[in-house]
Design a protein around this ligand. Structure first.
Ligand code: PEP
Ligand code: MG
Length: 587
């Protein structure tokens, strides 16, 4: 590592633990240039054909989108795509790109990119507000076309380097994160985002060290500078001194040794010092995490977030393909349970389908069970797939974003219909499959008693429960300081939920990030939570923490917590107990 430049530390928020060393690669905002390469004379027609196909594909996509929007919202709304379609049919544009391929002997996506950039520059420089507005349409359609180029030779890659590096980006969407090339990206840091965004959650489950909400602008960081990314403290250290490198290398070794120690608990049960059993399960987003679930010593999967798998490709997988994946989860987790959460599209995740207008408030919009209950055919397809897989292991079905009883009844009705159909078709399934709901909206927590009579379990989604209780967008770093897991209102809602469940004889889990927070474990044990579901990375230390706590002491402390008036008071009570019980696990 090069150590001759000035060491600079940029602070951000720790997004995913781990330390990475390597050169930086910066991706700024906006649509970036595709790779450029020279083509031979013979390749000109091939490149022109690739360009034609990309345009055709984009046209088909936009046509479909327009039809879809017309069906949903009417003809007027569909017209917003006319401007986009006109761009694709513009003769001057087509001629210029084809000419650029011939004259410059460059690959077609780069020729297209260069021509579009020229157009855009010219439009942005005018004072005409109509033209300025159209620049946004052109920008949008250009990105679509660029995504639609067929890359069937290995000269084309995305423009990330093919050496190991630390990716520094303005922002990464959850789907960008899900498709990160693990061989080359050692860690990432983003200017946007916060610790409870799905981007950060995915980084944790993929085991990629990450920082979110970097201070300053990533444009000021130079590609190829050496750096250390510290996902524990949120520090991005550019051009680290030899001494800093040495300290970090030692630190990293020490952390690895501590993890090895924890691995010894793998086969042990998660039982408090006074014999209270808690089920400790894992959160997963991809089936390739299943071996890690086993290695971590988890007793099942408490949350399989299916949206990343379902929405990752261009088309949603059908019933049989989904059933194959859920069967893989069931078989790998057997005899323990795996809880499959139905599609939770929307919010900061991938939308279920393209929308005519961006939602003004996606977190308060068309998300989770709201999508499933308006797209019943898709919902039923997923339910039938889960039910088919339930013949191969112990599965549970869980509905996200439940806000009240009616949604629970409506969702259960679709489960019942799916069961009836499978029964008639002689397809085996587990008729006793557990059905549960996420409690992540305050209105559902308040109705816990009523909802509990209709389901087999609750899983508290604290990530959303916090955001909806204190009205703080979980991905907005401007208000991240107000996002308080220990806010008294959040804890009281959790208490109402647990009591509602216990009164009706059902169990309660916690699958939000709070379940993996060592400082909060005493509070969760005190609340009487039956199951904790955490990322596999966190699981061994949470097991050790629970095994160091006494349930009766924690529930005694809980009485005080439920009387507390502020978040710091609650945090202090739980943290003190954690300090006393397992100081070696806390940083
Ligand atoms: C939650 O909200 O706590 C949760 C586990 O669901 P997600 O993070 O996927 O919204
Ligand atoms: Mg949620």
């Amino acid at each position: 590592m090069q150590v001759n430049e000035q060491e600079t530390i940029i602070q951000g928020t720790p997004g995913s633990p781990g330390i990475a060393f390597g050169p930086v690669h910066v991706e700024a905002r906006g649509f970036s240039a595709p790779d450029v390469y020279e083509i031979s004379k013979d390749e000109i027609p091939v490149e022109q054909e690739r360009f034609r196909q990309a345009m055709e594909k984009t046209k088909t996509e936009l046509d479909q989108l327009r039809h879809h929007i017309e069906k949903l919202s009417g003809e007027e709304e569909g017209k917003i795509f006319d401007a986009h379609l006109m761009v694709l049919e513009d003769r001057t544009l087509l001629d210029r790109v084809n000419q650029a391929i011939v004259e410059r002997r460059q690959n077609s996506e780069y020729a297209f990119y260069a021509v579009m950039q020229n157009f855009l520059e010219a439009m942005r420089r005018t004072n005409d507000s109509y033209l300025k507005e159209r620049a946004a349409d052109i920008d949008d359609v250009s990105q679509r076309v660029l995504r639609n180029f067929q890359h069937d030779d290995d000269r084309h890659k995305n423009n990330r380097p093919d050496h190991q590096h630390i990716l520094v980006a303005y922002d990464l969407s959850p789907s960008d994160t899900a498709s990160i090339d693990r061989k080359h990206v050692l860690g990432f840091a983003t200017e946007q985002g916060s610790v409870n965004s799905h981007t950060a959650i995915l980084a944790r489950s993929l085991g990629i060290p990450a920082i979110v909400g970097l201070e300053g602008s990533v444009i000021d960081i130079q590609t190829l500078s050496d750096c250390i990314l510290d996902g524990y403290t949120g520090k991005l250290i550019l051009n680290p001194s030899a001494e800093t490198v040495r300290i970090y290398q030692e630190n990293s070794e020490q952390k690895k040794r501590a993890r090895k120690e924890l691995e010894k608990l793998r086969e042990e049960k998660t039982t408090t010092t006074d014999g209270h059993r808690i089920t400790l399960s894992a959160n997963i987003e991809f089936t390739n995490e299943l071996p890690l679930v086993k290695e971590s010593g988890a007793e099942g999967v408490g949350l399989f977030r299916t949206e990343f798998y379902l929405l990752e490709g261009r088309e949603m997988p059908g019933e049989i393909e989904q059933a194959r994946v859920y069967t893989e989860v069931a078989e790998s987790t057997r005899p323990n349970q795996a809880i499959i959460r139905t599609l939770d599209a929307g919010g900061d995740k991938i939308p279920a389908e393209p929308l005519a207008h961006p939602e003004p408030n996606p977190f308060l919009g068309w998300r989770g069970i709201r999508v499933s209950l308006t797209r019943k055919a898709l919902f039923k397809e997923q339910l039938r797939a889960i039910l088919r897989a339930s013949a191969h292991g112990k599965l549970g079905i869980m509905f996200p974003m439940i806000s009240g009883l009616r949604e629970v009844l409506a969702a259960k009705e679709v489960v019942k219909r799916s069961m009836d159909e499978l029964h008639k078709e002689n397809i085996p399934f587990d008729p006793k499959i557990e059905i549960g709901v996420m409690i992540e909206i305050p209105s559902a927590a308040m109705m816990a008693g009523e909802i509990a009579r209709e389901v087999d379990f609750f899983s508290i989604g604290t990530n959303d429960l916090i955001q909806y209780t204190v009205a703080v967008d979980r991905v907005n770093h401007y208000v991240a300081h107000l996002y308080k897991p220990t806010h008294p209102a959040v804890i009281r809602l959790m208490d109402i939920t647990v009591r509602g469940a216990k009164d009706n004889g059902i169990w309660t889990g916690v699958c939000g990030e709070m379940a993996g927070d060592l400082a909060i474990t005493p509070l969760l044990v005190g609340l009487g939570i039956d199951e904790l579901s955490v990322s596999t990375y966190k699981l061994p230390s949470i097991k050790k923490a629970v095994r160091s706590l006494s349930q009766s002491e924690c529930s005694e402390m809980m009485k005080e917590i439920l009387r507390a008036r502020s978040s710091p008071d609650i945090a202090a009570l739980s943290e003190n107990m954690a300090q006393l019980s397992y100081p070696e696990l806390l940083d």
